[in-house]
Design a protein around this ligand. Sequence first.
Ligand SMILES: [Zn+2]
Length: 135
Amino acid sequence: MRSPLQSLEAKIAQIQQEITELGADLQPGLLTQQYNVCGKAGCRCKATPPQRHGPYYQLSFTRKGKSRTQFVKREDLPLLQQQVRNYQRLKTLMDRWVALGMALSQLRLRQQQELRMVSAPKKRAPARVSRQTPA
Ligand SMILES: [Zn+2]
């Protein structure tokens, strides 16, 4: 049977494996589509009901504190969607790794403590008894 520590290590190894399988392409951000109104008089985009132009696709993302938006060609959309999914997946995997890694850290610290207690001769802790005197 696996110890809790081994179980955490196995879960993290699984995440590491999934990250290596992600592929190199990544793109943070949000893909949106929009429809526009133009300036031409009598254009269909001003008819009733309006038939606005588009869809136009854009990618918005924030990197190192700077927000950017760029237009995306329709033919580039599938590739970019894949890249955005990769980034989202990486973030999810990293978040799970961090959570598991923190649990692993606590277990390891406890394990070290237990090893020290086994190997080191027991020092008598100074009596630190706080007697509760009944009122
Ligand atoms: Zn128009």
